[in-house]
Design a protein around this ligand. Structure first.
Ligand SMILES: Nc1ncnc2c1ncn2[C@@H]1O[C@H](COP(=O)(O)OP(=O)(O)O)[C@@H](O)[C@H]1O
Ligand SMILES: [Mg+2]
Length: 330
């Protein structure tokens, strides 16, 4: 298939997205897909026309979009993972890997994710949202985690243990979003679960992964090579079953597609959902590919399945649109 891989993007995860996109492109080429790549700069300029404005460069990238059988938007964070690129592909009528606009947008918003999870009977850390313009009004009532409602890679996430540290943490979070989430500190093991929706619609979860982090799983640990993962996580069958069922339930509640990573704390009271990543890190060393490797799905094959799932979803949408039209005529 002809696959357009998009990387980069206009947020703090730009570099991570470059790494994901490069790995995805190499893997898809290695199994015989015809791959083109395009990179979005931090300023929103698509390198299809690097000297242009964002709008002009987007226009120049359109031929590549219509060339593609499938677009693979390996762009984490805002204006990528949040559904912006899925929306662009939907408008252009091109198959796209991963979740659609709605699931991407809700998954990117940690507060909205909480509301959906709680409504679906899935526990999350108790917390509340404030506006970045009201930082001074927050009172210290005990240890909390402070984080931007919408960011990633742990940017702006802080653990506050002393009243004197609260304002600094709030200001740091406010650099990344105008809404800030203040959460109770969850105690428990940090376990990630990856769920894939394959061509044909079957969803399944790979064996969970445990992150070993003393304290917060912070940005430095994520990318300096010191992160230690155990895949599969050492879990009882009951724990693994509850985690994977909960992950699939959340995947379905949001209506995700492609692959999504559901991150949990495994507490004494069971799994507590921390967050949903609808375009998780996709280098071969990232959590999701490592979980599928543990399920005997090698990295290039995982990328291939994602591309096929996207093409299949587009084809079945077209089939149902045609049958709706035929019904209307009849
Ligand atoms: N409520 C919480 N209690 C305990 N630790 C938390 C809590 N929220 C976040 N963390 C820690 O901070 C890390 C980053 O927070 P997260 O919400 O996952 O942000 P990001 O989207 O940037 O990955 C988590 O992996 C976890 O280690
Ligand atoms: Mg996280």
């Amino acid at each position: 298939m002809r696959v357009l891989v998009i990387g980069g993007g206009q947020n703090s995860e730009h570099e991570v997205s470059l790494a994901s996109a490069a790995a995805v492109a190499t893997a898809l080429r290695s199994i015989g897909h015809e791959v083109r790549t395009v990179t979005i700069s931090r300023d929103g300029v698509w390198d299809a026309a690097p000297v242009a404005t964002p709008a002009e460069s987007l226009a120049a990238a359109m031929p590549a979009l219509s060339w593609a059988d499938v677009v693979f938007p390996a762009v984490h964070g805002a204006l990528g993972e949040d559904g912006a690129l899925a929306a662009l592909c939907a408008l252009a009528g091109v198959a796209v890997v991963g979740s659609d606009l709605r699931a991407g947008a809700i998954g990117m918003d940690k507060w909205a994710t909480k509301l959906v999870a709680e409504a679906a009977g899935i526990a999350t850390a108790p917390g509340y949202v404030i506006s970045a313009s009201d930082l001074g009004d927050v009172e210290y009532e005990g240890p909390v985690v402070v984080k931007p409602v919408s960011a990633g890679s742990s940017y702006g996430v802080g653990l506050v243990r002393e009243p004197g540290d609260l304002l600094d943490a709030l200001r740091t979070a406010a650099r990344f979003d105008s809404r800030i989430l203040i959460e109770e500190v969850m105690r428990g093991r940090e376990i990630d679960v990856a769920v894939i929706r394959e061509a044909g619609g079957v969803r399944w979860a790979a064996p969970p992964l445990e992150i070993h982090a003393a304290g917060l799983f912070d940005t430095a640990m994520k990318y300096d090579g010191t992160a230690r993962f155990t895949v599969p996580a050492a879990l009882t069958p009951a724990e693994a079953g509850t985690l994977t069922r909960t992950a699939v339930a959340m995947f379905d509640a949001l209506g995700c597609a492609g692959v999504a990573r559901m991150d949990f704390f495994l507490t004494e009271d069971g799994p507590v959902l921390n967050e949903v990543n609808t375009m998780p890190g996709l280098t071969a060393a990232s959590q999701v590919p490592r979980m599928f490797a543990a399920a005997e799905v090698p990295y290039p094959e995982l990328m291939d399945r994602l591309v096929r799932a996207a093409a299949d979803r587009r084809a079945s949408r077209e089939r149902s649109a045609t049958s709706r039209r035929d019904h209307a005529r009849a």
